[in-house]
Structures are given as structure tokens and as C-alpha cells.
Design a protein around this ligand. Structure first.
Ligand code: PSU
Ligand code: MN
Length: 332
């Protein structure tokens, strides 16, 4: 097996890259491991937002599983802002850059399916398995897209330094990969289940610019109202973000940067409520004996249960918003 036989860039994404059109990569670990596989039964509250046109609403089918419906809505949000989506994931051992709707459906329903981070790619490729790619593995795919790397990528919240790192050093592989990715990652900061102070310090050590999109503060994924953590610089809109990204890639083409978009205020959860939910999540994780890659999905599910689905609504909102904003920035 060669590199080229493991990684396949779709024809649509290849043409877009060759013609210099805007391309936005989307991860699929959120689809396979971060979101429920049951239907929402109604449109997510996030789709009330006037930024999304009919094509985005139409892409979310409330009668199918949330993870699958959202995957389609993310791709539609990227298209509605004028960019080409490159959904990244693994099917039958192939790392696909630019999955079709059918391939996305297959991945969203696949069982067994691995949460594929960097360390897992070779194993899943060899055993022809299926996998949703984390931020780290998706960035690897961006780097190896043909004919040229993908420069923009959207996710919900990046992985980072987990609480209790001084006892169990659970530090997401996302951080190191982000630092050397050559990609601008649009996110809502890092997941609030983490130690965010420690995560910011780690990003600083790795020399990753942490840019606030219309904010001076590092967002906390699904919640707001916390003591502010400062970003390293601020951009006011997509145009200035695009200019900063272009300058960054000119000077440091192999390095990544974070562009942090706060969750929509109308849906963000108050910090104290979130903290209670996280505490119960940490207890379930401990009770289940969750280790390594299992920790994040267990915490996200427990937080959704504890907030009676409200954290899920914010999570969907953040994923959609970041895909849309990433496309606006990629278009320039
Ligand atoms: N953002 C979400 N939900 C998710 C994730 C991100 O809104 O499930 C996934 C991403 O793929 C990220 C991963 O890379 O969680 C981090 O997992 P870990 O902490 O195990 O590295
Ligand atoms: Mn981890």
C-alpha cells in the first residue's frame, strides 16, 4: 500500500484546489463519536439564524439520525458561503478527502467505527476499517490533499489539555498536530470539559496564534460568562481573518493557527450550569472507567444528558457556525 492508495482526494476537491477555489475541510469524529445517532425530530434552533439560507435548512433532515443530518448541513453551510466542502473520513481503510453524501451516510451509520486520531490511521488503513477523523487526523489529510494542501478547516471545539493533567497527562493529539498543520482552524475555542488555562498555555508554547473572531477572549466552546482568557490577537470580520491567514501562511506555511468564534449568545449555556454538568460528566467517565479517546465522547454525552439536550443544541450551533465562517474566510 502506498500513501497515494490510502489517501484519496475527490475529483470535486481536486479541481477546486487546482483552480485555487476556496475549500474547507470538515472532520467526522464529531459525526461518528460526538453526536447522537437518534433523530432530533425538529430543526435545530441554530437554523433559525438568518445567516443560513434555505439550502442549509433543507440539508438537515430532522427525521434521520442527528449525526447524519448534521454532516449534510455542515457541507451545505460551506457551499452556501461559496466554498467547496471536503468532508474527511475513513471507509474500508481509505482516507477520503471530500466524501460524497452517500459516503457520509455510510460513515455516520458504520459499526464498528474507530475514532481515528493520528496514531490510528495506519491500523485502520491496514485492516480496511471505518473511522471518523479527529481534528488531528483531519489536519493530516489536509496536508496530503492533492494537488495541494487544504488551508481551512472547521470543527466544534478542539481537543486540549484535560483537567487533572498533573495526575493523568491526557493531552489531545490535536494540539501538536495543529501546531504543524499549515491550516487555519476555525473553532469555538477548546472544549469546556478541559483545563482551558492549561490548553492556552500549551498553544502558546507550540507558537500557535490564537485569534479571536470579533472577540478579545478565548471562547469556551458551549458556554459563556466565565472569567476571560485572552486571545493573542483579534480580527473583526472574515475579510481581516483572511488577510491574517494569508500573512501567516506566507511567513509560516507549515504552521497552524486557530480562529476562535464564540458560540451564538442566544444558545450558549451559563458557566455555572455547564460546570455542574461537567462535574456529573467527570463522575460518569470515572464510573465507566473511560480512558484515552473514550473520555471526550463520554463527557459530551453526559453534559448533554445533564443539560437535557441544551448542550446538544449549542454544539450543533457551534459546528454549523464554524463551518459557515470558515467558508467565508476561505473565500476571502
Ligand atoms: N468538536 C465537537 N465534538 C467532537 C469533537 C470536536 O463539537 O466530538 C472531536 C474532535 O474530532 C476532536 C476530538 O479532535 O473530539 C478530541 O478528542 P480527544 O480529546 O480524545 O483528542
Ligand atoms: Mn485524549
Amino acid at each position: 500500500m502506498t500513501m497515494r492508495s490510502v489517501i484519496r482526494t475527490s475529483d470535486e476537491v481536486q479541481s477546486a484546489l487546482a483552480e485555487g477555489r476556496a475549500v474547507v475541510a470538515l472532520e467526522t469524529a464529531a459525526v461518528t463519536h460526538g453526536l447522537p445517532r437518534s433523530p432530533l425530530g425538529q430543526l435545530p434552533l441554530a437554523l433559525d439564524d438568518a445567516r443560513y439560507d434555505e439550502s442549509v435548512r433543507a440539508a438537515f433532515d430532522p427525521s434521520i439520525a442527528i449525526n447524519r443530518a448534521l454532516g449534510h448541513a455542515l457541507a451545505a453551510a460551506v457551499r452556501s458561503a461559496g466554498a467547496v466542502p471536503a468532508v474527511v473520513g475513513m471507509l474500508r481503510g481509505e482516507l477520503i478527502v471530500g466524501m460524497t453524501g452517500t459516503e457520509l451516510d455510510e460513515l455516520a451509520e458504520a459499526k464498528p467505527v474507530t475514532k481515528v486520531s493520528m496514531r490510528d490511521i495506519a491500523d485502520v488503513a491496514l485492516h480496511r476499517g471505518h473511522g471518523g477523523t479527529t481534528v488531528a487526523a483531519t489536519l493530516f489529510a489536509c496536508k496530503h490533499a492533492t494537488p495541494s494542501p487544504i488551508r481551512f478547516f472547521a470543527t466544534g471545539g478542539i481537543g486540549g489539555v484535560h483537567r487533572g493533567w498533573n495526575v493523568t497527562p491526557d493531552i489531545s493529539a490535536d494540539l501538536l498536530q495543529i501546531a504543524h498543520s499549515g491550516v487555519a482552524i476555525v473553532c469555538a475555542g477548546a472544549k469546556s470539559i478541559l483545563d482551558l488555562d492549561a490548553t492556552l498555555e500549551a498553544l502558546d508554547s507550540l507558537s500557535v496564534p490564537v485569534v479571536g473572531f470579533g472577540t478579545e477572549f478565548f471562547p469556551r466552546f458551549l458556554c459563556e460568562g466565565a472569567p476571560p482568557l485572552r486571545v493573542s490577537s483579534t480580527v473583526i470580520d472574515a475579510g481581516t481573518a483572511a488577510a491574517l491567514a494569508a500573512m501567516h501562511f506566507q511567513l509560516r506555511p507549515q504552521s497552524g493557527m486557530l480562529i476562535c468564534v464564540p458560540p451564538p449568545s442566544a444558545l450558549a449555556l451559563p458557566l455555572d450550569e455547564m460546570e455542574l454538568a461537567i462535574q456529573s460528566g467527570l463522575q460518569s467517565a470515572a464510573k465507566l472507567g473511560a480512558r484515552g479517546p473514550e473520555v471526550t465522547p463520554v463527557l459530551l454525552q453526559a453534559v448533554a444528558d445533564a443539560t437535557r439536550g441544551r448542550s446538544l443544541e449549542v454544539n450543533l450551533a457551534v459546528l454549523l457556525q464554524n463551518a459557515f465562517v470558515a467558508a467565508q474566510i476561505a473565500v476571502g
